[in-house]
Design a protein around this ligand. Structure first.
Ligand SMILES: O=C(CO)COP(=O)(O)O
Length: 254
């Protein structure tokens, strides 16, 4: 089996002023001095990126990510931000296709594909999110839904783009609900996603791909989720907003 480096990311969503972000990162860098259990990514809101980047200079194991980008290089897109701007702010990663972006901002597969291409062209690694709604989970249609999200966006992408992507399985019914997927449910979905990647892009790409789980991850459930063979990391929302809970999740990585 290919050994994949585990990657745990904190998606702060629309939380933390610059001052709050700085204080959280100061606490985290203190708690995580010497930590080398996995790659750690922090995704603060845009306004806090440069301040957080400065604090992370001396913590090479903690990297910076953004929560969104626009695929155009520049231009008349009021309120948007480009991949080059994110790189300049110190980002290495960017979340693409989070269910909240798909749901509230109508982001389509075609648009997400453009974002992935723009991100990788600028040297960013996308964290590409997929996941089903509760009715699809309950009716058993979730495998078809996940396959169609993968095919719709990743089909035919060049191998350098695929190799840069971190995939995140985030069942929508588990996001912010306190109801995480059971470890065996996460494993089943991750194995299916890896199989689909393999079908589209071959064994080597699929075996190397890091697939994170996201949705109500807590210090209590992180270890068991991470013990599944195809769970290669976590994408943490609420529990990443507090230094103690995020650190305790990170310490569950073996
Ligand atoms: O959406 C998520 C991370 O991107 C998950 O959020 P919660 O961990 O708050 O459920």
């Amino acid at each position: 089996m290919t050994a994949r480096t585990k990657i745990v990311a904190g998606n702060w969503k629309m939380n933390k002023t610059v001052a709050e972000a700085v204080s959280l990162v100061e606490e985290l860098t203190k708690e995580l001095a010497g930590f080398s259990g996995c790659e750690v990514i922090l995704c603060p809101p845009f306004t806090a990126l440069t301040s957080v980047a400065k604090l992370l200079h001396s913590s090479p194991r903690i990297q910076l990510g953004a929560q969104n980008l626009h695929p155009a290089l520049q231009g008349a897109f009021t309120g948007e931000i480009s991949a080059a701007m994110l790189r300049e702010a110190g980002c290495r990663f960017v979340i693409v296709g989070h269910s909240e972006r798909r749901r509230y901002f109508g982001e389509t597969d075609a648009f997400l594909r453009e974002k992935l291409l723009a991100a990788v062209a600028a040297g960013l690694r996308p964290i590409f999110c997929v996941g089903e709604e509760l009715p699809d989970r309950e009716s058993g249609r979730w495998p078809a839904h996940l396959r169609s999200q993968i095919q719709g966006v990743l089909h035919g992408l060049p191998v350098d783009v695929l190799s840069a992507i971190v995939l995140a399985y985030e069942p929508i019914w588990a996001i912010g609900t306190g109801r995480n997927a059971r470890p065996e449910q996460a494993q089943e979905a991750h194995a299916l996603l890896r199989k689909e990647i393999e079908r589209l892009h071959g064994t080597a790409v699929a075996a190397r791909m890091c697939i994170q789980y996201g949705g109500s991850v807590t210090p209590q459930n992180a270890r068991e989720l991470l013990s599944q063979p195809d769970v290669d990391g976590l994408l943490v929302g609420g529990a990443s907003l507090n230094a103690r809970s995020f650190t305790s999740i990170l310490l569950s990585v073996q």
